[in-house]
Unconditional design. Structure first.
Length: 104
């Protein structure tokens, strides 16, 4: 997944069914999130994300966050509320390392 610019409610509505489908289809799911020119969330999207519910969320095993350290804490704060997955942050120059980690 690539998060660009400012995420809004439409982005959230597009993401949730795809992520839910993956989690239901596979025993183990590894999620790569790359932040490019990321500007954060629209206020309503940020709070909606915190209320996120995913069935079988225990299947989500690892989340690799790639991007500017500025967004690391906020992305982790949103994700931590709906998953017990191991979340690891990588700087923008570590995309290859993040992909290798997520594929282990």
């Amino acid at each position: 997944m690539v998060a660009e610019n400012k995420l809004d409610a439409k982005d959230y509505e597009n993401l949730i069914p795809v992520l839910t489908e993956h989690i239901n289809a596979y025993q183990e799911v590894f999620w790569y999130i790359e932040m490019q020119n990321f500007e954060g969330w629209a206020a309503e999207t940020y709070w909606k994300g915190i209320e996120l519910y995913l069935p079988n969320e225990e299947r989500l095993k690892r989340v690799a966050l790639v991007g500017n350290a500025k967004w690391h804490e906020q992305f982790t704060e949103v994700l931590i509320h709906f998953t017990r997955a191991y979340i690891k942050f990588f700087g923008p120059d570590k995309k290859k390392l993040a992909k290798e980690w997520i594929e282990k």
